[in-house]
Design a binder for this molecule. Structure first.
Ligand code: AR6
Length: 171
């Protein structure tokens, strides 16, 4: 199994699954979510709407994950997950770990071998990078050590600071 880091745009990744830092509505937003829907085209939103009309009538809860087509993106599927908003008063780390764990479980249920993650919650949701990197890596390492089809996890960091911070968390 391999965990790797690249600086770049997650929408360009040729992997089985790219993970989207979505919100509870599943109906799109800014940041990486906006980029995925823009480059992936309307097919992704159409599937998200179907999810909302079905099992996810109240939206996707924080920490949960669900898959759709990747539309026109080079990936095969998008796995949408909802990160926690950073709180100065409450420890929400377990929810951020859940995002990574559940995204990998959904990916494995599809038989995915390669998965790309953005730095979930570190943008609009204001989670400090170093803490997010530590939590994300621990959750991914734990999940990859278990029974899973996933062999490669690539963290795709949007700028050099995020790249350096994630990279520095792995011995
Ligand atoms: N590729 C990789 N990383 C990216 C890209 C990209 N194309 N674009 C941004 N990032 P954010 P959140 C980085 O705000 O904090 C949306 O509106 C960005 O620099 O996308 O989980 C959703 O709908 C940052 O490091 O996600 C939610 O409402 C990281 O991706 C809310 O934002 C995450 O930033 C979720 O907030």
């Amino acid at each position: 199994m391999t965990i790797e880091f690249v600086e770049g745009d997650i929408t360009a990744q040729q992997v089985d699954v790219i993970v989207n830092a979505a919100n509870t509505s599943l109906l799109g937003g800014g940041g990486v979510d906006g980029a995925i829907h823009r480059r992936g085209g309307p097919e992704i939103l159409a599937e998200c709407r179907k999810l909302r009309a079905g099992h996810y009538g109240r939206g996707l809860k924080v920490g949960q994950a669900v898959a759709t087509t990747a539309g026109r993106l080079p990936a095969r599927w998008v796995v949408h997950t909802v990160g926690p908003v950073w709180s100065d008063t409450e420890d929400r780390s377990a929810l951020l770990a859940d995002c990574h764990r559940n995204s990998l479980r959904v990916a494995a249920s599809l038989g995915a071998v390669s998965v790309a993650f953005p730095a979930i919650s570190t943008g609009i949701y204001r989670w400090p990078l170093e803490s997010a990197a530590r939590i994300a890596l621990a959750a991914v390492e734990e999940e990859l050590a278990g029974d899973t089809s996933v062999q490669l996890v690539r963290f795709v960091l949007y700028d050099q600071l995020a790249y350096d911070t994630f990279r520095s968390q792995l011995p």
